[in-house]
Design a protein. Sequence first.
Length: 157
Amino acid sequence: MKKKVLFVASTGGHLKELMQLESMFSLYDYHLITEKTKSNLALKKSYGKKIDYLVYGTKDHMITYPFKLFYNILKSIYLYFKIHPDYIVTTGVHTAGPICCFGKIFGTRIIYIETFANINSKTVTGKLLYPISDKFIIQWESLKELYPSSVYGGWIF
């Protein structure tokens, strides 16, 4: 029986990084979660029932962001229990944080890949998920100083 793996990332660069792992998807009973935007609606054609979308939200819109975040947290809880993955693999941002926290509480192993975009500083999601990740992968050796127990995996691209 294949392990259930949930791949999670916000839209944009984080999703692009995550999709570099696409060749691994077929090795698992996988599922994808990202934010729904015009730029990634085509993923539904490729992945069908293997993909779910959260509401796109950005902190640039502080009036609506808390409501979207709250909705996404509730939907993440629903999706987590629907999928009940053995592993969550994520490249981060706000779509990843809540579901990884729930996963950790319920025994799912968390694999976090710190974004390629940060060379010398921690991301907010990295700060949140570093303590709870079972494997924390960095793409720059310089980040080893900030995340001492991380694993240097090299560039994902």
